[in-house]
Ligand binder design. Structure first.
Ligand code: PLP
Length: 391
């Protein structure tokens, strides 16, 4: 990433309101105008320049959310960025904007489990068919395209199993068949991969994770190109999905250090991966081992890797894996990730959803690690002691 972008992240959202370097948190439902003509003037401006931050009512946002949208639009190199109250709100908005009863949608098999539940169960009730494709065999995607297919949903890497997909191939299939595409880019963020520039129509990031970076706020962003802007704008308006100004402020504050944090998450994760790669009973689910398909696909499209990884642990005794996890002292037990701190989860099979294309044998166990900003030496020491329990 260029120096100027790092500088932009530090100097962005300067406001100097009352001489303060940070922008004010503007909370508003009603926006007061000088006259009725003034309201009409603003509404006209909003129609002409729909991304320009001309608002007549608080549901459309305030200057606080507009600042965040401007920063993210630059980070994504997109036409516009919509903000939602959670990351999953952006998943919902991307799909709700595009598909209608009778349509079909192609979904990567290892998507985030709420995305799976929404597409597989809820959409069916609206007569929308979801077909799941194998992330490592795109023939299962191509052969399922019909005249009804409206959207290809990608998540990269796969949730919990961390498969890297051939993104170039997916985008070229989508373009050839004139189908819209969306990617959940929460793992990498546009700091390491820019989906809209690459050719996706929409890109989702859960701002709850690395954007906020401090595990104290929830939010989502949906970046779009010009082609889908009007569709998403209309859907956004009717769903009432809106990020509050306090959350927007915290996310803007987190973004100032996004580059510094992600660089360090990557550095720490690489050290942990190097340490774990010496264990013969652990298959690392992280782009570390050169020549593997996942590594090649990551290297081809990404400029870096974040701090979230999986371990596929071979062990006869599941209780020994649980003991390993429970013995860790520096890793917190909890959901979410992307904050400053290290986290661990033992993944029960049921949490991986109804996957069609993942076969874990009885002796394989999934553990997810989020590598935080602690001293990696301490993290390695902690892991080393606890890994002794695995049998
Ligand atoms: C966390 C997450 C989401 C949902 O984000 P929330 O802010 O928790 O709603 C969506 N996709 C991925 C890949 C995530 O990790």
């Amino acid at each position: 990433m260029s120096k100027s972008f790092k500088t932009f992240l530090k100097h962005t959202a300067k406001d100097y309101h009352n001489q303060s370097v940070n922008p004010p948190v503007v909370r508003a439902s009603t926006i007061i105008f000088k006259s009725m003509q003034d309201i009409r003037k603003t509404q006209k401006k909003a129609k002409k320049d729909p991304t320009g931050g001309h608002y007549d009512y608080g549901r459309q946002g305030t200057s606080t959310t507009h600042i965040l949208q401007k920063i993210l639009t630059k980070l994504e190199e997109s036409y516009h960025v919509f903000l939602t109250p959670t990351g999953f709100g952006s998943v919902f908005l991307s799909i709700f904007s595009i598909v209608r009863p009778g349509d079909e949608i192609l979904v990567a098999d290892p998507v985030y489990s709420p995305t799976r539940i929404f597409t597989e169960n809820f959409l069916k009730e609206f007569n929308i068919k979801s077909i799941f494709y194998n992330p490592h065999d795109l023939k299962t995607l191509e052969k399922n395209i019909t005249k009804k297919t409206k959207l290809i949903f990608v998540e990269n890497p796969g949730s919990n199993s961390f498969e890297f997909l051939d993104l170039g191939k997916i985008v070229s299939i989508a373009k050839k068949k004139k189908i819209l595409s969306v990617i959940d880019n929460t793992w990498a963020t546009p700091y390491f991969f820019k989906p809209i520039k690459f050719g996706f129509d929409m890109s989702i990031v859960s701002a709850t994770k690395y954007y906020s970076g401090h595990s104290d706020v929830m939010g989502g962003s949906l970046a779009v190109n010009r082609k889908v802007f009007n569709k998403v704008k209309a859907a956004e308006k009717i769903t009432g999905l809106r990020l509050g100004p306090d959350d927007a402020y915290l996310i803007t504050r987190g973004l100032r250090t996004l580059d510094v944090r992600l660089d360090r998450h990557q550095e720490n994760a690489k050290k942990i991966a190097g340490f774990l790669s010496k264990y013969k009973n652990i298959k690392l689910l992280y782009p570390y081992k050169k020549n593997s398909f996942n590594f090649r696909m990551w290297k081809k499209y990404y400029s870096g890797a974040s701090g979230l990884m999986g371990l596929n642990i071979k062990a006869k005794n599941i209780n020994s894996v649980k003991k390993f996890v429970n013995s860790l002292k520096l890793f917190g037990y909890g959901y979410s990730w992307g904050g400053f701190e290290s986290l661990v989860l033992h993944q029960e099979f049921r949490e991986t959803g109804n996957r069609k294309f993942m076969n874990l044998s009885k002796n394989e166990h999934l553990v997810r690690l989020h590598i935080g900003l602690e001293d990696p030496k301490d993290l390695i020491e902690d892991l080393k002691k606890s890994l002794k329990h695995i049998k």
